[in-house]
Design a protein. Structure first.
Length: 608
């Protein structure tokens, strides 16, 4: 959500900043802008809409600046207009600032600054920061930023330049990610490593309450209170090639097709065949605590919340431990009860989801051990949790999560296996589960090979405006996720329900114009799901079924069938979700939607 990039070095800044903005397009944005330190002073341009509009504005201009900051904005305060786009300037046009996050006390600060003669041009909360820095500036930009930020309530990742401090960028963070990139006679700041990975893989992840002063010859890190910090240089494991499309039409399609590999990566080195269990080094220090568990809470948002629900089913069935799944956005506001023997898992693809971070901190404040499940090494949740497991899905660029979802489910299956074996799961059952986990990637590939078949079904239904998704047991959360995927990228209204709940309200929607996607696998609730399908067909509703390979009976009940290979019941979501991802993708493409950057959405949600 939003993107920041800054550069100081020997090369022209504008092309580097523009390329960095394009690398962050996937995060979600509605305007962009850039500020450069030219010989005549600060020059800035900004534009609502796609980065291509900003690029066109800059195309015929010549710049000599070797220092600059740039931004993509996702509107919170104020509409997405040219005026409200970042960077923002102070009254004198000498200080430029870009910001991710929300300033909660901006209204009172705005009135205070107005009373001191400051003139405001925009509707944003961010502009307050620029004027606060101006208020404290006496020739020392670092000191001015420190004093300004001490007045602020809220979250921020910022980068600031001043005409009177021409060789440096000051950056700071609180609740919104920032990294400093170390290069050869050049240095960078960014909210996302993808923006600078073309130039360096040596980075420092700033912690909350830290700031950095970035110059061509190096950088320094301190706290907002001006306490010196020794930066820890990390090496980014992703490569530039991993964040390219690789010949696919969209990042989302590429990431759907990467799932045989990413599921395998999530299990690599973690299957203990000899012990019929899982080996998870990130939570190994907590094994004694895991053995005495009385209750687990899993908290997450969006797609990760659906994965958490599947994890609940898995852990309760395999390990017989009570599990609660909570929306992270609600968890900290309802005075959650954390008793001795309670463990909390937090799940976030980016590791930067603000609501999930807040839930993690609330659980820690109440004395719980919190373990993270996330994708991004060095992210806030990875650093601040008490341990956890990386999903190793690699960079996920498409805003609508696909491969991260299946990798999260895979990791949760390993956790359920480990906990089950620590309790009363038999060696034989553990071995069966391991063998089936090993087979899953090849079975996913068999579903991907049906891509054209699924596209043909999408072609028949892409003009419909309403869909219902139904599942039971392990596949109820899959129905929720399938409906979410369709909503996110095609803008078709879709609802996911437990199949048995259909008759308690949603059946009123059923007629010949409303298709229903039913997950009808040959599992323990197969007969019940067939009965639910008959209720739909009695009302002339078209049905698309996700069914088990070899099931000939299902064809008598439904209009269209997509088959998936058979597997043990807890692992079925890893297979049943694949056709739903492809179905949503193809319908969105057929409707002419921007699949990788759906409207109003952001990849990493860093505001509340």
């Amino acid at each position: 959500m939003c993107g920041i990039i800054g550069y100081v070095g020997e090369r022209l800044a504008a092309p580097i900043l523009l390329a960095g903005l394009k690398r962050m397009e996937y995060r979600g944005y509605d305007s962009s802008g850039m500020a450069l330190m030219e010989p005549a002073g600060l020059l800035f341009e900004k534009s609502a809409g796609k980065i291509s509009r900003l690029e066109n504005v800059l195309a015929d201009r010549e710049f000599v600046s070797k220092i600059g900051i740039a931004h993509t904005r996702w509107a919170t305060h104020g509409e997405p207009t040219d005026l409200n786009a970042h960077p923002h300037l102070d009254c004198k046009g000498k200080i430029a600032l870009v910001h991710n996050g929300i300033i909660e006390n901006y209204a009172s600060l705005r009135e205070l600054l107005k009373s001191r003669g400051h003139m405001f041009r925009t509707d944003t909360d961010t502009e307050i920061l620029c004027h606060l820095v101006e208020e404290y500036y006496d020739g020392d930009l670092v000191k001015a930023v420190q004093l300004a930020l001490r007045q602020v309530d809220g979250t921020y990742g910022i980068a600031v330049m001043s005409k009177d401090s021409p060789g440096e960028i000051v950056a700071a963070r609180l609740g919104s990610p920032l990294v400093v990139g170390r290069g050869n006679k050049e240095n960078f700041v960014a909210s996302d490593v993808s923006a600078i990975l073309q130039h360096t893989n040596q980075v420092v992840y700033l912690e909350d309450g830290e700031m950095a002063v970035i110059r061509q010859d190096g950088f320094e890190v301190t706290t907002i209170e001006n306490v010196k910090v020794t930066p820890q240089i990390k090496e980014v494991e992703w490569t530039l090639e991993q964040i390219e499309k690789g010949g696919f039409a969209h990042f989302m399609l590429k990431e759907i097709f990467e799932q045989p590999t990413t599921i395998k990566n999530a299990t690599r080195g973690r299957l203990d065949v000899k012990g019929a269990t899982a080996r998870l080094n990130g939570i190994k220090p907590h094994l004694d605590e895991l053995g005495a568990l009385k209750r687990i809470i899993i908290t997450a948002c969006g797609t990760s919340w659906h994965a958490a629900m599947i994890g609940e089913y898995m852990i309760e069935a395999q390990a017989r431990i009570p599990v609660e799944v909570e929306y992270a956005s609600e968890f900290r506001y309802r005075a959650p009860i954390i008793e001795p023997g309670t463990l909390v898992f937090v799940i976030s693809q980016s590791g930067e989801t603000t609501d999930t971070q807040a839930a993690m901190r609330e659980a820690q404040r109440k004395g719980a051990t919190v373990l993270g499940i996330c994708n991004v090494v060095g992210s806030t949740i990875a650093r601040e949790s008490d341990g956890g497991v990386y999903i190793h899905a690699g960079p996920e660029i498409g805003v609508a999560s696909t491969k991260a979802f299946t990798s999260q489910i895979t990791v949760l299956s390993l956790i359920s296996l480990m906990l089950g074996r620590m309790r009363d799961m038999s060696f034989e059952r553990g071995t069966e589960m391991i063998n089936e986990i090993i087979r899953i990637p090849q079975k996913v590939q068999r579903i991907l090979d049906k891509n054209e078949e699924i596209k043909a079904i999408a072609n028949r239904f892409h003009q419909r405006n309403n869909f219902l998704y139904l599942g039971r047991g392990y596949n109820f959360p899959v129905a929720l996720e399938g409906a979410l995927k369709l909503k996110e990228i095609s803008y078709i209204h879709a609802e996911g329900y437990p199949a048995a709940e259909m008759k308690h309200g949603p059946i009123a929607l059923i007629d010949e114009t409303v298709p229903t996607v039913v997950i009808a696998l040959q599992d323990s609730v197969y007969g019940k799901v067939l009965s639910n399908i008959q209720e739909i067909k009695a009302r002339k509703g078209p049905v698309i079924a996700v069914a088990t390979e070899g099931d000939t009976k299902i064809y008598d009940y439904v209009d269209h069938v997509i088959t998936v290979p058979e597997t043990m019941e807890p692992l079925t979501p890893l297979l049943s979700i694949i056709p739903l991802q492809l179905l949503a993708y193809h319908m969105a493409v057929l409707r002419g939607c921007d699949v990788d950057q759906p409207r109003n959405l952001a990849k990493s949600v860093t505001v509340e």
